[in-house]
Ligand binder design. Structure first.
Ligand code: ADP
Ligand code: MG
Length: 486
């Protein structure tokens, strides 16, 4: 079994305490690797390296062109090694290999996008009413602590590292303890590509102590977090002590709204894809399916029938459409909601462990119908393949139910009526709204939530903004003294 090392100050190292975290293949429950269990002293070393690289290393004087070229090199290596990376990702988190292959391309595209954007960060001339030149400069925030989840491990690493590095920040990335393997696989590439030591650090460890130490360390200027709302709240509080910049991409309970005039076949596909892709382990999962009453019974019947035909299987099998959940903890959590749902609503599909597998964290794609929006399965993020179907009568009911949630990450609306589609787009309080689709995600477009789904935006120009400070510069062009005290 392979022991991987983590990246601190350009070197691949073990944890100082000598502890290791086992990494499981969730389809077999076998340990496939071990990674260092970083403690506060390891995190401190990484932050100090990132601090030194930012404050006094060659990175500070690197040009935007140079940073862009380095990012292109990482992108190219990901593409060159995509097959191997996809296999590691698939084994590590249990997602179907075909999905993992898309992920690797998305990760590479993200590095390319921000590689290009490095040279497009522009300042501004402010039209002040004086004989002066007033400028706004964009400068890197500094040392970024970046904490990511286990559902899209390398994609999340790319979303965090690429914009930060393009901006000129230095990074300490902490992958999720469940899925550290792809990030560690690429860890050695940064040095080889020519990144100075300390610019990229990848520290593996548990949320507590490693993630918490990253948030607490006075040397990190910013924390970028993607994960649960519960941990997001803790991070926000702990980052307050030295006023770190914080961006949070948290959970959701996103409504997927179907009006009767939507194309029926597309709607059925869209409802299932929206909530079951990646085993439902998706922050933007369309986990509340809102359906207009006139098509409700037929709709529930159709998604139920199709859900039963979703092919579960080993992640590396190319025919597999749904793999196991990532971990025993996640499996227990989703099983708990399956049982809870049986008390709260009407089960139409799944509802149990997938019993054809003797091992692994497999659960059946599960649909509950006649769900009350105030029930727990409609309010709490499950982060697994569990759909709550809710009927509605009129557009205003759909909007009211859609917005009746603490979250606001995403939403989708399906209809052929453009007036209604756009009214709903405007009325829904969410950071991402799809019309007649759900889940397509592009590096060019902003990603992030309203309400308790967090704040800040990733991707696009918004993504790099979160790693930039703005400096106002006033250049006096009037050579005369002010004369105020004469
Ligand atoms: P989940 O419960 O689905 O695993 P989490 O929000 O707990 O999602 O985890 C997301 C990331 O946050 C992981 O990298 C995890 O290690 C990290 N994490 C968990 N708890 C903390 C914490 N208290 N402080 C900082 N990071 C944490
Ligand atoms: Mg947790």
């Amino acid at each position: 079994m392979h022991r991987h090392r983590m990246l601190i100050n350009g070197e691949l190292v073990e944890a100082q305490g000598g502890a290791w975290i086992p990494v499981l293949d969730p389809s077999t429950e076998e340990i496939i690797a071990e990674v260092p269990a970083a403690g506060p002293s390891d995190v401190a070393r990484a932050v100090e390296a990132a601090r030194a690289a930012f404050d006094s290393g060659p990175w500070a004087s690197s040009t935007a062109q140079e940073r862009g070229r380095l990012l292109f090199k990482i992108a190219q290596r990901i593409r060159d090694d995509a097959a191997a990376l996809a296999e590691i990702e698939s084994r590590d988190c249990g997602k179907p290999i075909v999905e993992a292959e898309y992920d690797m391309q998305d990760a590479a595209t993200c590095f390319e996008y921000y590689g290009g954007m490095a040279t497009k960060v522009l300042g501004h001339v402010n039209p002040v009413p004086d004989n002066a030149l007033s400028l706004s400069l964009r400068e890197p925030v500094g040392v970024a602590g970046q904490i990511i989840p286990w559902n899209y491990p390398l994609v999340m690493a790319a979303w965090k590292l690429a914009p930060a590095l393009a901006a000129g920040c230095t990074c300490v990335l902490k992958p999720a303890e469940q899925t550290p393997l792809t990030a560690l696989h690429i860890a050695g590439w940064f040095e080889q590509a020519g990144f100075p030591p300390g610019v990229v650090n990848i520290v593996t460890g548990l949320g507590v102590p490693a993630g918490a130490a990253l948030v607490a360390h006075p040397g990190t200027d910013k924390i970028a977090f993607t994960g649960s709302a519960e941990v997001g709240k803790i991070i926000l509080k702990n980052a307050a002590d030295n006023i770190k910049r914080v961006t949070l991409e948290l959970g959701g309970k996103s409504p997927n709204i179907f009006f009767a005039d939507a194309d029926f076949e597309a709607a059925i596909d869209g409802a299932l894809f929206g909530v079951f892709i990646n085993q439902g382990e998706v922050c933007s999962a369309g986990s509340r399916i809102l359906v207009e009453r006139s098509i409700y019974s037929r709709f529930v019947e159709a998604i139920t029938e199709k859900a039963r035909s979703i092919r579960l299987g080993p992640p590396l099998d190319r025919a597999t459409k749904m793999g196991p959940l990532v971990s025993r903890e996640q499996y227990e959590r989703v099983r708990g909601y399956q049982e809870l749902g049986k008390k709260e609503a009407r089960l139409t599909a799944g509802g149990n462990r997938a019993s054809q597998f003797s091992r692994g964290f497999f659960v059946e794609p599960t649909i509950f119908a006649d769900v009350d929006n105030s029930s727990r399965i409609a309010r709490e993020e499950i982060f697994g393949p569990v759909a709550a179907v809710i009927p509605f009568d009129a557009e205003r009911d759909a909007v009211r139910i859609a917005n009746d949630t603490p979250y606001g990450l995403a939403a989708a609306v399906w209809t052929r009526d453009i007036f209604r589609a756009l009214r709903v787009v405007k009325a829904v309080r969410a950071g991402i709204v799809w019309v007649n689709h759900m889940q397509p995600t592009y590096v060019e477009a902003p990603w992030g939530g309203y309400k308790q789904s967090g704040f800040g935006r990733e991707l696009g120009p918004w993504g790099i903004d979160e790693y930039l400070e703005t400096k106002q510069v006033h250049i006096n062009l009037n050579e005369q003294p002010i004369g105020w005290y004469s």
